[in-house]
Design a protein around this ligand. Sequence first.
Ligand code: NAD
Length: 262
Amino acid sequence: MKIDLSGKTALVTGSTAGIGHAIAKGLAGSGASVVINGRGQDKVDAAVRKLEGSGAKVRGIAADVSTAAGCKALVAALPDVDILVNNAGIFEPKGFFEIPDEDWIRFFEVNVMSGVRLSRAYMQGMLKRNWGRIVFISSESGLNIPAEMIHYGVTKTAQLAVARGLAQLTQGTAVTVNSVLPGPTMSEGVETFVKDLARQNGQSVDEAAANFVRQHRPSSLIQRFASVEEIANMVVFVASKEASATNGAALRAEGGIVNTIA
Ligand code: NAD
């Protein structure tokens, strides 16, 4: 199978680093014209330069997708997309009794409302043109709610519900809406978290990563963090023309942590 996305425009939110950047690179590598997004112009410009080096068709738009104004500005600068990847997301381990309302609301704005607002803006155009792909980057934590960050888990479950609901609106068209569920993945954000753990426990980063998986994700079949490319590969596939029969699905790329068949 050869994935060819030439002629398609893709927007990946939160793609200056981490999983989002790997997705942008994967889509560009398959011929899509890719729009990088992040909050700060400097980081967006640097991420664009990084991909341009490999001959990709790429440009950047700085906008904070956690706000209505940020989404509005983004849509004004880019009125139509063929592929929307709702990737921007935040996480932070915090005990339930220490999570104030403000954190709950912030997590909901960044992790859920960004995708809601952008899907509302872009999906009607996809339906009119009768082709489109919307992919929500949820998490295995949307199925196995982590006790150490319940607010995060709730937003990741909410994304699954939004994606499935939107898929219902595509019936009879060539538009698809799916979710991809990564497990622990060595993105920049997670690397910082693992480095902190390593420092706290007097371990090397590799030891801390292996320990984290053993302790916190003991059912993992791969017993390691995934690479950002392993997640991006799944997203590029589901964004492709070849994935036309995959719609309304929650696709796992979580190393087998979730111990159920479906
Ligand atoms: P990361 O922190 O490494 O990168 C996140 C990117 O999003 C950065 O470029 C950041 O600048 C950007 N961003 C954050 N808030 C933004 C906002 N308001 N507007 C625009 N951009 C914003 O994160 P990551 O680990 O690559 O995670 C990406 C997605 O994957 C998230 O939705 C996360 O929940 C999900 N996920 C990650 C893991 C993991 O272990 N890394 C596991 C499961 C799911």
